[in-house]
Design a protein around this ligand. Sequence first.
Ligand code: ZN
Length: 229
Amino acid sequence: MLLFYDLVQSDEIEDAYKIEVEGYPPDEAATLDAFKYRQAHAPDLFLGAYAPSGVEGTTRKLIGYVCATLSPASSLSHASMSTHVPGAPSVCIHSVCISPAHRRQGRALAAFPNGAQDLVVDDGQGALRNKSDLLCPREGCGSVILKDGVASLVERASVQMDPLEHTAMSLLPPLPTPRNIGFSKVVLLDGGSSRLLLSCADCDLGPLGWCEEGGNEFWLACSRVSYRE
Ligand SMILES: [Zn+2]
């Protein structure tokens, strides 16, 4: 997902507060008044993470934030955490919080400048191993499909996976015992060969890749999973 960062504005404080309430137990969450105070007195220390908005009339949607105030105190106290003192040397970070729907998502392949090459490291034995966990890319799911270091990058032609056409793409085979993978029924391909398509076992999103019927190599399409570094 494309993200960008900007200072949270006063008319976005209620959105930030909703994320706070979703993210912390009631006795730990700040009050709306505390949020308004921090943004009003230390606006440069209230930073938001935004996604483009899909809602007409708005341009961005707040999905997370970090907020802080300044204090001259040398130790943590109610006063040092509740009052902003301009120019003071200590930055008191109150909260770093991401909307639950946007947690555990990792980054998409398109977020890496060199594509799949940025996701692997040479293991010294001729293989390019994945250096990130591979996740289900669905918002709110983010299940770990594969831990880091257990697959290798090989480029080969893929099979057709709706809505993709036949295309060559980078894949990560073979996967050892993929725990979080569901399998489709056998799919017959053009040319008569057959495959099973792979999906997320937690939310059924798929296809994320494929395997041959009866085979023990599992192939994930680099562009269909996300990555957690
Ligand atoms: Zn999933």
